[in-house]
Design a protein around this ligand. Structure first.
Ligand code: OXD
Ligand code: MN
Length: 600
């Protein structure tokens, strides 16, 4: 089908207008078929972007190296262009929308010369589902098209669901590297010094220029499913969150679903695919990064994973840390910025075996373990289909979502925050989400290991004023008749005085999930002890058998360091003050109440 034949007038007009602006050599409407995927992978191999991996080791899989100047999300180049600056709030970069459009039009003008303009209709969530939404990405990158094939539901069925008048989010993307006639392409085209990742929340539109990498370019993910969707969710009474969803079944066969928010590269994929170490328990995966949820007519909070694939951080993923992820990426996957072995298989730090001799690093050079330079970039990624995950939940594509019993928050905290604590109420849970802080990782460009507030793990992803976002969370939970899930705050990353992690993590986190599961059924304080910061597990309620933890380690993990919490209060108050009048009174009251409990 040609774009001129599209029945949807607004879509047809937008495509024609963008083609007029970007001046591509040709326009191609993507049908989402396996044949299209294979043809484009072939083109990417021919252009030097992709290298096929060994058919024996990673069938039907490819590997790409990005430009070293285009390796992660770029938060300092990400903008929320609401009409009024205060609607973007103090945590977002803002520019006046018409001024930003002027800049962008200048950059996009002729940006696709010599290239194909791909039109990618996609659905976030099962096609036609009540909680799903449609986007159309225009991109001049075949790499983006094939990644979108894995990460979203792409193609003609989406256009059918859209019909002649349906709503869609227009997403314009260019790598910003036009080709003159006869000019040879580079393997990873980008305009690395002039990136713009721009969102217009009122118009519900995305313009992304200059980067071909991950969340900067696969616009269904962070740009639509979080930044634009969070603004839609505020207006429509639902929640678009940076959360995984897992199903957990106890030895009696009872199942609950848990959503969990962690900042980037804090192990959401590992938790979503966890294999419990405690006998008789089972965890299944609904999603590893994004959750859309709303209360149904019956008062039940129901959630979908709007994505169809995993765009996971590769380093550290291994048969021991995450066998389910390793099985998901065994075939039909794309690898970016990993190292490659002489057998044409991928390799990364923490994959579980040393790099074989003659491994080539992510920059195409011979890898030398003694050089101190990593073989894979720390933000190297795999793009793998969710349906290939052996632990995928049978309900993962239920268009009505799965019922959520608990919401977890977490981050990397070497100190202060105990292994797990439970909120007293919904507003207290919202307070917990609002004070999430974590040591920074390689998922975004910038300094590593610095402690920063990352409320609800949404700091880089909230498409409007974060103060209003807190207010929205309070309001959603005040809905009459809502059956409210419980909130928990976990910290797998607590360190001892010698700087080593106290808690083994990974599969052992099932011990904490078990306590969470049981607390969801509790009507009072069973299995819990009331402390100033919330309920902590009583020792006997936590399954600790088989763990090699000393009493003093357990003390650090499972007690409240009142002085450290008191010392944290001024920084929370200062953080809240940064939102001025947009800070909901309900959360300031929670902060006061915490102060009183700590002093009492
Ligand atoms: C991601 C991120 O890619 O959060 O999921 O950075
Ligand atoms: Mn993420």
């Amino acid at each position: 089908m040609k774009t001129d034949d599209l029945r949807h007038e607004r879509l047809r007009t937008w495509i024609a207008e963008m083609a007029g602006l970007c001046e591509p050599a040709e326009i191609r409407l993507c049908d989402g078929s396996p044949a299209e995927y294979d043809e484009l992978c072939g083109r990417l191999v021919a252009s030097g972007t992709f290298r096929p991996l060994s058919q024996a080791r990673k069938p039907h899989s490819f590997y790409a190296n990005s430009d070293p100047g285009d390796v992660a999300r770029v938060e300092d180049r990400t903008f929320i262009c609401s009409k009024r600056r205060e609607d973007a709030g103090p945590t977002n970069n803002w520019a006046e929308p018409s001024e930003m459009k002027r800049i962008l039009r200048g950059l996009f003008a002729g940006s696709m010369r010599g290239r194909t303009m791909y039109v990618i209709p996609y659905s976030m969530g099962p096609i036609g589902g009540a909680l799903s939404k449609i986007g159309v990405e225009i991109s001049d990158s075949a790499y983006v098209v094939v990644n979108m094939h894995i990460m979203a539901r792409v193609g003609i069925q989406v256009l059918e669901a859209l019909g002649p008048e349906g709503d869609f989010v227009p997403c314009l993307h260019s790598v910003g590297k036009p080709l003159a006639p006869g000019q040879a392409d580079v393997p990873w085209p980008c305009d690395k010094d002039r990136k713009y990742i721009v969102h217009f929340p009122e118009e519900r539109a995305i313009w992304s220029y200059g980067s071909g990498y991950g969340g900067n370019a696969l616009l269904g993910k962070k740009c639509f499913a979080l930044r634009i969707a969070s603004a839609m969710a505020r207006d429509q009474g639902w929640l678009a969150e940076h959360m995984l969803i897992l199903g957990i079944t106890n030895p009696e066969g009872r199942k609950k679903y848990i959503a969990a928010a962690f900042p980037s590269a804090c192990g959401k994929t590992n938790l979503a695919m966890l294999i419990p170490t405690i006998p008789g328990w089972k965890v299944e995966t609904v999603g590893d990064d994004i959750t859309w949820m709303r209360f149904g007519q019956d008062g039940q909070l129901r959630a979908i994973n709007p994505e169809a694939g995993f765009f996971g951080v590769a380093p550290g993923t291994s048969e021991s840390s995450n066998p389910n992820a390793m099985a998901s990426l065994n075939r039909d996957s794309i690898f970016t910025n990993c190292a490659v072995t002489p057998e044409n298989d991928i390799w990364w730090e923490g994959i579980g075996s040393p790099a074989p001799p003659w491994t080539i690093d992510w920059q195409g050079k011979l890898y030398d373990a003694s050089s101190g330079k990593p073989g894979a970039h720390p933000n190297a990624r795999f793009t793998a289909p969710a349906k290939a995950c052996p632990a995928i939940d049978p309900e993962w594509e239920n268009p009505d979502g799965v019922p959520i019993s608990a919401i977890l928050f977490g981050g990397r905290r070497a100190t202060v925050v105990p292994l797990v604590h439970e909120a007293f109420s919904w507003p207290h849970g919202v307070f917990m989400g609002s004070i999430v802080a974590s040591e920074t990782t390689a998922a975004a460009a910038g300094t590593l290991g610095r402690l920063r507030r990352d409320p609800f793990a949404m700091l880089p992803f909230c498409g409007y004023n974060m103060g209003d976002y807190f207010g929205h969370w309070l309001e959603v939970g005040a809905r009459p008749g809502a059956w409210l899930p419980k909130f928990f705050y976990v910290n797998w990353f607590r360190k001892g005085s010698d700087g080593s992690f106290l808690w083994p993590g990974y599969g052992e986190n099932s011990r904490i999930l078990k306590w969470v599961f049981e607390r969801c059924d509790a009507t009072g304080t069973e299995g819990a002890e009331r402390t100033p910061i919330g309920f902590l597990p009583s020792r006997k309620a936590l399954e600790l058998e088989g763990l090699d933890l000393s009493e003093s380690m357990l003390d650090t993990l499972l007690s409240v360091d009142r002085e450290a919490w008191k010392a944290e209060l001024p920084s929370i108050a200062e953080y809240y003050a940064s939102f001025g009048e947009r800070m909901p009174k309900g959360l300031s009251a929670e902060l006061d109440a915490l102060r009183e409990r700590l002093e009492g």
